[in-house]
Design a protein around this ligand. Sequence first.
Ligand SMILES: *Cc1c(COP(=O)(O)O)cnc(C)c1O
Length: 389
Amino acid sequence: MASDSKGQSLSTRLIHAKKNDGAGFESLSMPTYRGSTTVFASVEDMDSPHPGQYRYGLSGTPTHRELSARLAEIEGASDVILTPSGLAAISLVMLAFAKTGGHMLLPASAYYPTLAFADGKLRELGVEIEVYDPAIGGGIADLIRDNTLLIWTESPGSITMEVQDIPAISAAAHARSVPVAIDNTYGAGLLFDAFAAGVDISVQALTKYQGGHSDVLMGSVASRDPAITAKIARANYLLGMGVSPDDCQLVLRGLKTLDLRLRHMGESALTVAKWLQDRPEVTAVLHPALPDCAGHDIWKRDWTGSASIFSIIFGNWSREQVVRFVDALTLFPIGFSWGGAHSLVCTYKDLPRPTPELGPLLVRLNIGLEDPADLIADIEQALTQASSL
Ligand SMILES: *Cc1c(COP(=O)(O)O)cnc(C)c1O
């Protein structure tokens, strides 16, 4: 193999070449820094950990930290931990607070896998799980025990969209020194100020609005209290969860248009929801900005806007008609998740809420960035097809 003037072979030189540090190059986007190993200047540097030090890939690269900083800015948090999915963020927080012999409170309206993690894994580990009515408000005080570890909230609730009285729940929790976590995905940190409402931890599925294009999975855990942050960060480190810097780059790109997309989708969703309200086939529209929705008055008090997702109930239809309606839509692909450019539709044959009878007659719509007039025309033809069954 060829050797250079120092006598080192090409294989060595290719590995130890000095990197181009990018001096003089200015792009408008954050570079994607990769690194499983991050190197130390000296043994002393390695032996003296300090806050903010880059120690290993799992403690993040500048790309990760840029995303965390932007998300903290949106939510008014001091720290944001990134996780591989929204569900990973939820499980991380619950696990960080879990203790055998303890007790946790979760709303019946929570994202289904949230309930499944608590009621399955945490119960196995000896945590008592109690599910409460999402409309409980300050009445949560009666359910708090001396061993309550955490109160979980989600507002609006998944699928049935119940808006919770987070300030009342937080006040009752803090009177007993119990921390409150919220799944704040629907508001994206823009439509609801979770920390002003008193929560200690705000969890989001960045998969939805921040990613914004249905092509990346990620979650975040935002907090303000250093002790809470340290507890969750420690659990995250020990679980060894890491996030790809390429994915962080995608989410950073999504953030630039987050506010615009959310406002546009919010307006379109309300237009479609109001049109559906006047249709005879539809017996309820579960949209926080409309009066059929549980907690609508709380939404008016606490929220600055509504987002892209809502549900409708065909109370006088058969399940077959609901299925025909969903299959007949052409601009709404059938799929889980939401918050991207595409409109989406979902229905659930065994949904127990709002009642076991009405659950299978519920359809959830995500309104994307298409022209709402085209979406309404598509819904109208699907209603006609299903009505004639
Ligand atoms: C989608 C969703 C999650 C989970 O996010 P993933 O990134 O898909 O794991 C959590 N909470 C709510 C309310 C969601 O809608």
